[in-house]
Write a protein that binds this ligand. Structure first.
Ligand SMILES: [Ca+2]
Ligand SMILES: [Ca+2]
Ligand SMILES: [Ca+2]
Length: 188
């Protein structure tokens, strides 16, 4: 009986933990140019769950993204050379849209401003964006902005550990509570 509860609680804990973590496998999908004439260099590198953009680069990666009101987008962000716009968002075409772009920083004001950070170079920031509170629906690409309109642009952006989370927090909380209850029961 004790063993059953042990497996049950461990199982529930795993479900609770994994339900909210869906790391994007970026390298399985080709990177596309985004922003039409905005994308000047298309200089990006992708490996695993990391995309790095260099110069004046706007890129997107195809996928099926169902954004519901509870959806959050989490990732780590780092730049070693600040540009004009560092940002991220979801779209269904390659035309730029400030209402879909969450700006993280840079010295040009553009897009949704609620997640702007006073970015310092060479510092990694863990970011969580409540995307579903801004827009919902099906989107066929996630895009990344590294804007710097000058010759020999040297700005860069690195996004890693990107995950789109569609499980509402209460569901996870309930599963966690069940798992903890399982552990507590087992201890008796
Ligand atoms: Ca530009
Ligand atoms: Ca668009
Ligand atoms: Ca610009």
């Amino acid at each position: 009986m004790k063993t059953i509860f042990k497996f049950l609680s461990v199982g529930l804990f795993c479900v609770a933990s994994s339900a909210n973590a869906a790391l994007l496998q970026l390298s399985t999908s080709p990177v596309q140019s985004y922003g039409n004439q905005q994308d000047k260099s298309s200089n990006n590198t992708v490996s695993g769950n990391t995309i790095a953009l260099n110069g004046n680069t706007w890129s997107s990666i195809s996928g099926m993204f169902n954004i519901i009101p509870e959806t959050t987008l989490t990732f780590d962000f780092m730049t070693s050379d600040l540009g004009e716009i560092h940002g991220i968002g979801f779209d269904n075409d390659s035309t730029i849209d400030p209402s879909a772009t969450f700006q993280l920083g840079g010295d040009q004001v553009w897009g949704i401003q609620d997640y702007v950070i006073n970015l310092q170079e060479n510092v990694t920031y863990s970011v969580t964006i409540n995307v579903g509170q801004y827009y919902t629906g099906m989107f066929n690409r996630i895009f990344f902005v590294n804007d710097e309109d000058r010759r020999r642009a040297v700005a860069n952006s690195t996004f890693s550990n990107i995950s789109v989370n569609n499980v509402s927090t209460p569901s996870v909380a309930v599963l966690m509570a069940l798992a903890i209850a399982g552990f507590a029961f087992r201890r008796k």
